[in-house]
Design a protein around this ligand. Structure first.
Ligand code: SF4
Length: 308
């Protein structure tokens, strides 16, 4: 077998919001000991969740599985106001790991609704981030996923429409949906700066770069990780075969047949060590980093877990 060259997309792997969310749970476990309850997966990655579970984190689907008065962490994807109210009613000690960039979208939703607009949220039904944002005003925010959804949209006043987006969408696809909205509602207003976050945008730019020169693209990430799935789709749209792998054990030998150049990336919730393991397993004879930008963003931890 010819040993492949690996083109390593950069940036890749953990973003600032994921690092913050994981560190919140780690700090709580260290400072208070387990069990620490977390509503939903703290980030969408099976390895991160399993490792935190081993250390005493208990992941639950809803607050009714959290004992009264216990500490509960809200995941990086955010929650609806109804969940916050329920936590307050139950006397739960909430530590909020919602990514600040998701919190920004919630604030926009409240502002747009307050000025009387129908808010069109571009996103994927059932995703936890979308559920949380919709919950800001369930009867005033409508979800669309595609240009076809936009065509079918009915709103009370077409002159009062705003849009928002999920933070982890494909930039190119979302541009098309926004253009369709503008065509239907010329007075459409949107956020001052993109809701698709810097980490999503940067990882997509980097994958585009490596996919152009690769015979195969591998993206490390879990199947429920929206931004990871988008990276695979983007590479495929460029005409490069691509697969999502949770870890090195998912790589199938037949994918590698005849492949000389492999583009490698990881979604924002995938730990960097999983990428290192893939490089080792591929036995790459050369690893070339393709850096499209350098990330310096960091988010501060909530006061409840900050080290003194
Ligand atoms: S992908 Fe973006 S929105 Fe999601 S946690 Fe990371 S920085 Fe925040």
């Amino acid at each position: 077998m010819v040993l492949p060259v690996v083109l390593l997309a950069s940036p890749r792997s953990f973003c600032a919001g994921v690092e913050r969310a994981v560190e919140i749970v780690e700090q709580l476990l260290e400072q208070r000991g387990g069990p620490i309850h977390v509503r939903k997966q703290i980030v969408h990655n099976t390895h991160v969740v399993a490792e935190l579970e081993e250390r005493g984190a208990v992941f639950v689907d809803e607050l009714d599985a959290v004992p009264d008065g216990a500490t509960v962490v809200f995941s990086a994807h955010g929650v609806s106001p109804a969940v916050r109210r329920e936590a307050a009613r139950r006397g739960l000690d909430v530590v909020d790991a919602t990514c600040p960039l998701v919190t920004k979208v919630h604030a926009e939703a409240r502002r747009f609704v307050a000025r009387g607009d129908t808010v069109v949220l571009i996103g994927h039904a059932g995703h936890e981030e979308v559920e949380g944002t919709l919950g800001e005003a369930p009867d005033r925010i409508v979800l669309v996923d595609s240009v076809a959804d936009v065509r079918a949209l009915e709103v009370p006043d077409p002159t009062k429409v705003s849009y928002l987006t999920q933070t982890t969408l494909a930039v190119d696809e979302t541009t098309e949906v926004v253009a369709a909205l503008k065509a239907r509602f010329p007075a459409l207003r949107g956020p001052a700066s993109d809701d698709i976050c810097y980490a999503t945008t940067n990882r997509q730019d980097a994958v585009r770069e490596v996919a152009a020169d690769a015979d195969l693209v591998l993206v490390v990430g879990s199947a429920n990780s929206s931004n990871s799935v988008r990276l695979v789709e983007l590479a495929r749209r460029q005409g490069t075969p691509a697969h999502l792998i949770d870890d090195v054990s998912d790589i199938r030998p037949e994918w590698l047949a005849g492949v000389r150049v492999i583009g490698l990336s990881a979604g924002a919730s995938a730990p960097p060590r999983l990428v290192d393991e893939v490089i080792t397993a591929l036995g790459a004879w050369d690893v070339q980093v393709r850096e499209t930008t350098r990330e310096t963003i960091q988010f501060t931890l909530p006061a409840a877990v900050r080290r003194r």
